[in-house]
Design a protein around this ligand. Sequence first.
Ligand code: BES
Ligand code: ZN
Length: 655
Amino acid sequence: MQALRQFYLSRYYKKSMYGLLGLGFVGAMLLISTKIRRQQQKQKSLDHLQSNELSTQGTIFNSLDKCSLSNLNQVRTLKTSIKLEIDFKQQIIQGRVILTMKAINDIVKVQLDAKMLNVLQVKVNNEDTTFNYRQQLVQELGDQLEITTQKQANEEFQIEIIYQTQQNVHNGQVALNWLQPSQTFGNKHPFLFTQSEAIYARSLFPCQDSPSIKSTFDIELTVPEPLKAYGSGILVKETKDGNNNTFYFNQPVAIPAYLFAICAGDLEKKQISDRTYVIAEPALVNKCSQEFQDMESYLQAIENYLTPYKWSQYTVVVLPKAFPFGGMENPNLTFLSPSLIVGDKSETSVVIHEMIHSWSGNSMTCQNWECFWLNEGITTFIENKIVGRIFGQNQQTLHGLLGDNSLKNSINNYGPTHTYTSLSPKIDQQNPDDCFSAIPYQKGCQYLRFLESLIGENLFQQFIRLVVSQYTLNSDQFKALLEKFLNENNISGIDIQWQSWIIDPGMPKNQLNIDQQFKDRYETLANNLYESQLQLEDFQNLHSNEKCYILDLLGNKQITEKLMKDLEEEYQLFDSNNPEILHRVLIYGINCGYKVALGDKLSQFLSMNGRMKFINPVYRALAQKQPELGLRIFNMYKNSYHSIAVAQIQKMFQK
Ligand code: BES
Ligand code: ZN
C-alpha cells in the first residue's frame, strides 16, 4: 500500500498517465486511488478520535478504560501465548509473546500497554514489522508499544513480540518481585513472584492491559534446576533440558491480563482433595496444608450459594513474606501471604474471599478500575455469607463489624468528600493503586446488603447468580441488570438509592443494622479490659476476630501507658503470632510513644511482614509520630518489600 501511494504521488506516474496508458489501466488506477483516499480518510478519523477527545489528564486512548494506553475500541486480544525464560542471576526475563488479535474496525496500528520492557523484535503474521516504543507516554501508566499494521474489520492476525524485562535498579513499580535466598523460608534458593493487579501485567509482557479485554492463555516457563515454576492455568506438561526445567500451562477460560501470574522457586505441591491443592516451600508445605485442609468444603459452600466451580482445579500458593497482599485471586493459582498461617485456621476467610473471585472478578470482571467495587464489593458480600454458613452467625456479624471499622478508617484517611470514597471514583490516567482501600470492599458489600434487605434473601441470591454469569460489567450495566431483574420479577416501588450509594462520596447513609445486644457484649469486654478487669483466660479463649474487634473498640478511648502495659504484660499481645492483632497493638503503642512498640518488636514485625494491610498503617503511624525512626526502619527493610509497597510507603514520608 505504501509503495502504491508513493507511486501514485510520483512524477513518473503523472507522465505515464498522460502518455501511453489505455482505458483499462486508468480504470484500475481510479479504483486504487479511491481505496487510498478512503484509507486516508479513515486514518484522519482515527487521528481525530485520538487527539481531539481529551480526558481531564490528556489524550484519551480508548473509551473503555482510562488506565490503558491501548486502542481497545479498535482491536482486541483473543489469545495469548507466552514463553518466559527466568534468569535469576541477572534478574531479568527473556520473553516471547504471541497475541492473537481481532480488528474491530479497519485499523492502521495496534497500540499495546508496556512498562520497562526492552522490545527486540515485532512480527505481524510472521513478517518483521516496524514498531515504536514510547517510554513513559503517561507517567502514571507507563509505556506504549505502537505497531504499524493495516487490518480490516473482523480480520484476525498474530503479533509476535520478542522482548526482555529490565533489571529494576531504580525500584520502579512493576509486577516482578525477585527475592534473594535470604528472603525465603528455606534460605537456599532465589524466588520470583508477580503481582499484576491492577496495572502491572504491562511490565511482564506487551498487552492490552485492561480488565475489559479477556484472552485465553498458553504459558511456558523455564527455570534452572531444581526450581519449579507455576503459571495461572492448568499444568499440561513439564520437560527437562540439561540444567533447565520447563513447565507448560493452559488457561482455557478467557481472563484479563491482570490475572496473569507466575511464581518460581523451591516449591512443593500437595493435594488436599480431588480438586484442591497447596503449593509452598518444602519447609512450610505441611503447615500450610493443615491450615487450608478444609478448602473443599469452602468451595462446596460457595457453589451452593452461587453456581458450579468452572475452573476445574483450585490451587493456592503460600508465598514468602514479601507478598504485599493477603491474597490474590490468580486463576488456578491463588497467591497467599504466609501471614495467614497462624495455626488455628482463623485467617482462612481470605482463602474464601479469593475462591469467590473465581465467580466475581474472574468470571464476571469489572470493565475498568473505576468500577472495581464490582469485583471486590460483590466478593466481600458473598464472603460474608459463606463465613456465616461455615463458621456461624456470630462470626459473620463480627466479620461485618470489622469490615465496617475498616470502612470508617479509610473514609477518615481520605476525608469524606474525596472522590476515592465514592464507589465510582474518578481515576483518570492515574494508577488505581492510589485509590486502593477498604471502601470498594466494604461500602460495596454494604450496598448489596441494603439491596438484599429490600427484596429478600432468596430473590437476591438469584440476582447475584445472574450478576456472576456476566462477562464484564461496569456500574451502569450493573444498574441496568438490576432494574431489568426487578422488572421481570414484578418488583416495583423500591428505591435502590443509586446516587447516594454509588455516586456520592463518604459514609453510606444507611448504617449497618447490628443487634445492639451483640455490640454490648463486646463493649463490656472492652471496658473490662480497659479497667484491667478482664481475666487472662477469658481473653485467651476468644477468637482472634473477637480480640481484634475489642482492640478496635479500645481505639475510642484514650490509649494510656497503663493500658499498653496490660496489653503487653498481662495479655502478651506483643508476642502474638497473628499480625491482625499485633499490628493493632503496635499502632496504639506508636501513637502514645510506648517504648516496647518502638523497639525490637516493631522492627522485627516490619522485617517479618510485607503485607501492605499490616505494614502500611504501621508506617503511617510512624510517619506521623516518629518519622525519623520510621524512615530508618523503612530504609533497612525496603529491599525486601514489593515495589508496589515501597512506592506507597515512600509517599507517606514525603508528606
Ligand atoms: N484482588 C485483591 C487484591 C488486590 C486488589 C491486589 C487490588 C491489587 C489491587 C484480593 O482479592 C484481595 O482483596 N485481597 C485482600 C483479602 C481480602 C480478604 C480482603 C487482601 O489482600 O487483604
Ligand atoms: Zn478481593
